[in-house]
Write a protein that binds this ligand. Structure first.
Ligand SMILES: Nc1nc2c(ncn2[C@@H]2O[C@H](COP(=O)(O)OP(=O)(O)OP(=O)(O)O)[C@@H](O)[C@H]2O)c(=O)[nH]1
Ligand SMILES: [Mg+2]
Length: 468
């Protein structure tokens, strides 16, 4: 794998790209973007002559092949390098709808542009140094965001909150390298600047900061997909009814017959702006056969991946042995407080529990819930938020890592710092010791996109939509 700096990846003379930047469908306005070295000429060919930079002008857009007027548009020229892409960029606001934006795009193509690839505008912005890689990813997240919380985090990344934090770590690593370089150059100076305790302290701080970023990373990743929340329990326990209450409408079929739900049913549910991927499953029982058994297999597969389990048991009786066993099998979730016991149908039972609590029950967060009377809903939402996003909610302004790529880079950097400390403790020569810090620095530079590979860029930008 060859690492390249951003400037060497950038191809020099690039062509001019065009795309409809707005979503298809009926709408008042659509935006067509044209970016690249030929923008001014293309604008001329479209009859958009003498556009004043960064000022919207109402103009008639003509087809370059003499086909006459295409639309009346609002055209704005953003000259490079101060544009979104860092190149000359023309933004055309045309009338919306199914036809006109396509005709305008066709006209720009006839005038010399080519159709942009997904994410190509932001890729160019990155290659021209307008945004770093974390900001580019945040742009995609902001567009994809289905929850206000993710939108907030993405916006903060876009404003370089995370980038600044990573840059600070990188600076600390470079300063440490400078101290060691002094030691390499002047090994005989007793009073050199390399005070070992100072370096140790710096490394402790560094590792601590990486750890605090990593600590919130699982929540950051959950924000992008929704915390996988699986509703499980015996047939007829009231799982689908609970699912419907949380979703807000009758999404899952509810009947009095045990074994009603066969397949897993999913819905994204927002709780105070935080996303949960809620899954209703088939009731668990041993003696099921046929389709029901397959449904139970599906439920188990979801449970093995679940971040939160809502375990439903009708109120008024203690948990039976099988339910206790089931809960013991979920110990990883329970340790993290991520199995919630939901005592259902409480409107039918006056007293909670109805018997002595067995071992697991007493240790789980639990809620008494009735779907017919909608009681316990607020409490359950609170428990869900606590289980999935407690860290994030108590550190709202903290920069957050939200992708596997970020986590891996930070874990690698952390491992390099530890290797550095180990090498120093073994009194290895400073030249060797220093290589670990160089490696750690490189990890952070990859994270920021200061150095990168084509493969990485392809994987980051391929998930973008066309026109961004
Ligand atoms: N009184 C009362 N009845 C409830 C409540 N919740 C569910 N029920 C009833 O219990 C029965 C089963 O409800 P479901 O939500 O389908 O239960 P389930 O756990 O999804 O059942 P399976 O899909 O068969 O595993 C239905 O007749 C519901 O009307 C509740 O809070 N109070
Ligand atoms: Mg059901």
């Amino acid at each position: 794998m060859s690492l390249k700096s951003r400037s060497t990846v950038a191809e020099q003379a690039r062509d001019t790209i065009a795309a409809i930047a707005t979503a298809p469908g009926r709408g008042a306005v659509a935006v067509i973007r044209v970016s690249g070295p030929d923008v001014q000429e293309i604008a001329d060919r479209l009859g958009l002559k003498d556009l004043e930079p960064r000022r919207a002008s109402l103009r008639r857009l003509d087809h370059p092949d003499g086909g006459g007027a295409v639309d009346r548009v609002l055209a704005t020229l953003f000259p490079g390098p101060g544009s979104y892409t860092g190149e000359d960029l023309l933004e055309i606001s045309s009338h919306g709808g199914a036809l006109v934006p396509q005709l305008v795009l066709d006209a720009t193509l006839a005038a010399g542009a080519r159709v942009a690839e997904p994410g190509e505008y932001t890729r160019r912005a990155y290659l021209n140094g307008r945004v770093d890689l974390l900001q580019a990813e945040a742009t995609a997240d902001l567009i994809e965001a289905a929850s206000p919380a993710l939108a907030q985090v993405a916006l903060q990344q876009l404003e370089r909150g995370l980038s600044r934090r990573i840059e600070t770590l990188r600076t600390q690593l470079i300063e440490a390298q400078a101290l060691i370089a002094y030691d390499i150059d002047f090994p005989d100076e007793d009073d050199g600047p390399l005070d070992p305790t100072r370096l140790d302290a710096a490394m402790v701080v560094l590792v601590g900061e990486i750890d605090s970023l990593l600590a919130l990373a699982p929540e950051g990743e959950m924000l992008r997909e929704g915390a996988l929340t699986v509703i499980a329990g015996r047939p007829n326990a009231g799982k689908s009814s609970l699912f419907n209450v949380l979703v807000g409408f009758e999404r899952a079929i509810v009947t009095e017959h045990p074994g009603t739900t066969r397949d897993a049913i999913e819905a994204i549910v927002g709780v105070e702006g935080y996303p949960f991927r809620l899954v209703d499953t088939a009731g668990l029982r041993d003696e099921a056969g046929g389709i029901e058994e397959i449904g139970i297999e599906v439920a188990r597969s979801y449970l093995s991946r679940a971040e939160i389990v809502l375990f439903c048991v009708e109120d008024g009786r203690p948990l039976d042995r099988e339910e206790e066993e089931f809960l013991s099998g979920l110990s990883p979730h329970r340790e993290a407080g991520r199995t919630i016991l939901v005592r259902t149908k409480t409107d039918r039972h006056e007293n909670s529990g109805g018997g002595p609590a067995l071992s697991a029950e007493g240790r789980l967060p639990s809620v008494r819930f009735s779907s017919t009377e909608s009681t316990g809903v607020t409490e359950l939402r609170g428990l869900l938020l606590e289980a999935a996003y407690s860290g994030l909610r108590s550190a709202v302004e903290a920069p957050l890592v939200t992708r596997r790529r970020h986590v891996r880079a930070l874990q690698d950097a952390r491992a390099d710092v530890e290797a550095f400390e180990a090498a120093r403790n073994r009194k290895l020569p400073p030249e060797i010791v220093a290589t670990h810090l160089q490696d750690a620095t490189l990890r952070l530079e990859e994270l920021l996109g200061v150095v990168t590979t084509e493969d990485l860029l392809d994987s980051v930008f391929s998930s973008f939509c066309v026109g961004k």
